[in-house]
Design a protein around this ligand. Structure first.
Ligand code: MN
Length: 207
């Protein structure tokens, strides 16, 4: 099979109490696996597509035959987005996880948003308003950090932008624990953000 689901880089219970173990099982093993399976089925007749990384695939959706473009956009996007998402988190209270940002991203946040609290407020409010299923993103465009959202599984990669940080606001990401309280989930999520990974992605985004 062309695309595979990587195991979580931590235990399913590692993000408790902010993200519950049952949500992590369903989200990773069922939802993410389904995106991978659907993507593999779609590209199976197109070995030249299946040879691309998932990021390259959704960077250039115009190269994907129309017959499977929507399936690839949704499921390739789902695979790419979740692969980023798992690595952007880690067990709260361990080194570099949660708390205030560190390194180059801390300086850039201070420069573009004033301080971390103002940045979180912008990110949380913008993402809370995403209607229906989608994602909140931090990207670097024109020398500045910007908070954006996307619907469904659309990725900033398809707009030529490299996601530095992203939070999943599909209900499957939070409904078991937070029900309809998306803002509460958004606020809690910062406790499990892996700033070393954010800095790694920021370095790539800067080029
Ligand atoms: Mn999800």
């Amino acid at each position: 099979m062309a695309y595979t689901l990587a195991p979580l880089p931590y235990d399913y219970a590692a993000l408790e109490p902010f993200i519950d173990v049952e949500t992590m099982h369903l989200h990773h093993d069922k939802h993410h696996q389904a995106y991978v399976n659907n993507l593999n089925a779609a590209v199976e007749p197109y070995p030249e597509l299946a040879a691309k990384s998932v990021d390259d695939l959704i960077r250039d959706l115009s190269a994907v035959p129309e017959a499977i473009r929507t399936v690839v956009r949704n499921n390739g996007g789902g695979h790419a987005n979740h692969s980023i998402f798992w690595n952007l988190m880690g067990p709260a209270g361990t080194a570099g996880i949660g708390g205030a940002p560190t390194g180059a991203i801390a300086d850039q946040i201070a420069k573009d948003f004033g301080d971390f609290e103002a940045f979180k407020k912008t990110f949380n409010e913008t993402t809370a308003k995403q209607f229906g299923s989608g994602w909140g993103w931090l990207v670097f465009e024109g020398g500045k950090l910007k908070v954006t959202t996307s619907a469904n599984q659309d990725s900033p990669l398809s707009q030529g932008l490299y996601p530095i940080l992203g939070n999943d606001v599909w209900e499957h990401a939070y409904y078991l624990k937070y029900q309809n309280r998306r803002p509460e989930y958004l606020a809690a999520w910062w406790s499990v953000v892996n700033w070393a990974e954010v800095n790694k992605r920021f370095a790539v985004a800067k080029g």
